[in-house]
Design a protein around this ligand. Structure first.
Ligand SMILES: Cc1cc2nc3c(=O)[nH]c(=O)nc-3n(C[C@H](O)[C@H](O)[C@H](O)COP(=O)(O)OP(=O)(O)OC[C@H]3O[C@@H](n4cnc5c(N)ncnc54)[C@H](O)[C@@H]3O)c2cc1C
Length: 318
């Protein structure tokens, strides 16, 4: 039997005095909503900014492949072993700190941690009577992922409610940037792990409303998901961005691809822009369907659909 070869950087990593838990050979299947993919050589549940400030410069110094993952709800994880470090925020990064009421500031601000679940954020807005971000109830990611992807639905997007974002660079330095100084576009933000920038927390300003109205909107958003999307099958939501003036789902359906199966993956018969895992899909099955869609839509409509889904690959070293 061959002995397991450890990466050279592992011993040095284990010597850093971290509070955070370091996991070895962790299956990534439960870290993404498609429920697919191989193991990570190392996954760290980073619990505070102090630890993050030690880990990022270490990664940079040793040029280790790395990636930051939220809930992996917009992520395609390869089937083979990820030979680097996966950063998974938890602990302090799940904070929810509503602003104190004062005479000169409105009581509609909240500081939310990057690891807080979008669903939790949406639910906590209800008793406060804070409107605008009810769409988060249908997005199974984190606040960090919502900012990085500028997630949105029903005509609203995350950037609309952002006041400022706290993020860390690969040197371990923390920055606080007002939202108006950051570039956000449709499902794009200049703050993303892919660019060596880790969102740690953010301040949001919500619309002042009342709990009944916010709850009603929340239920409408949930109802929409149940009716229009295969909510009970593992997926990553919309696989492709909508091209300007059209819908990816319409183009895929019109190309006759709804229901197409490859291995254990299927283009959802319910929503053509979703690819679902029928049970034992591999990353390659999904990539193959992505390629089929792109080629067919390009051939028929001369439109090159751009994937919205992120592919787990090495981030820059900063
Ligand atoms: C059923 C379903 C429905 C969905 N509906 C919608 C929808 O209506 N609208 C929509 O916009 N999206 C939707 N999505 C897609 C997805 O949920 C969003 O893009 C979400 O914001 C991703 O968050 P996440 O925490 O899971 O990020 P991940 O998928 O883990 O990561 C996505 C990207 O963000 C980066 N990232 C994550 N956290 C950080 C951080 N702290 N700092 C820097 N970069 C970070 C990652 O490196 C990666 O590049 C849906 C997905 C599913 C499964």
């Amino acid at each position: 039997m061959s002995e397991e070869v450890q990466p050279e950087w592992l011993e040095a990593l284990e010597k850093i005095p971290l509070v955070s838990r370091l996991r070895r050979k962790e299956s990534l299947k439960r870290f993404n909503t498609w429920r697919i993919g191989g193991e990570a050589e190392c996954l760290i549940d980073v619990v505070n900014v102090g630890d993050l400030a030690l880990i990022l410069p270490f990664i940079r110094k040793h040029r280790i492949p790395w990636f930051i993952i939220g809930k992996g709800s917009n992520l395609l994880v390869p089937d083979n072993t990820w030979q680097g470090i996966i950063i998974h925020l938890s602990g302090d990064f799940k904070c929810w700190e509503p602003s104190e009421e004062s005479e000169d500031s409105k009581n509609n601000h909240v500081t939310a941690g990057a690891a807080l679940a979008d669903v939790t954020f949406a639910q906590r807005c209800v008793p406060k009577g804070w409107g605008g971000m009810e769409f988060l109830i249908g997005i199974p990611g984190t606040i960090g992922g919502a900012i990085a992807m500028n997630a949105g639905a029903h005509g609203a997007e995350t950037a609309d409610f952002l006041k400022e974002v706290e993020w860390m660079d690969m040197l371990g330095d923390l920055h606080t940037t007002p939202a108006e100084k950051l570039e956000f576009r449709y499902r794009y933000s200049e703050l993303n792990g892919n660019f060596g920038r880790i969102i740690t927390r953010a301040v949001f300003a919500l619309n002042e409303s009342d709990p009944e109205t916010v709850e009603k909107k929340l239920l409408e958003c949930q109802q929409f998901r149940k009716e229009k999307q295969p909510y009970n099958q593992p997926s990553c939501g919309s696989v492709f961005k909508n091209p300007s003036g059209d819908y990816a789902a319409r183009l895929i359906e019109a190309s006759g691809l709804k229901g197409t199966i490859k291995g254990g993956a299927q283009i959802s018969p319910k929503q053509a822009n979703f690819i679902v895992n029928l049970g034992d899909a591999s990353s390659d099955d999904i990539l193959s369907l992505i390629n089929t869609v792109r080629e067919s839509v390009l051939r028929k409509y001369s439109i090159d659909l751009v994937p919205e889904v992120q592919i787990l690959q090495s981030a820059v070293y900063g």
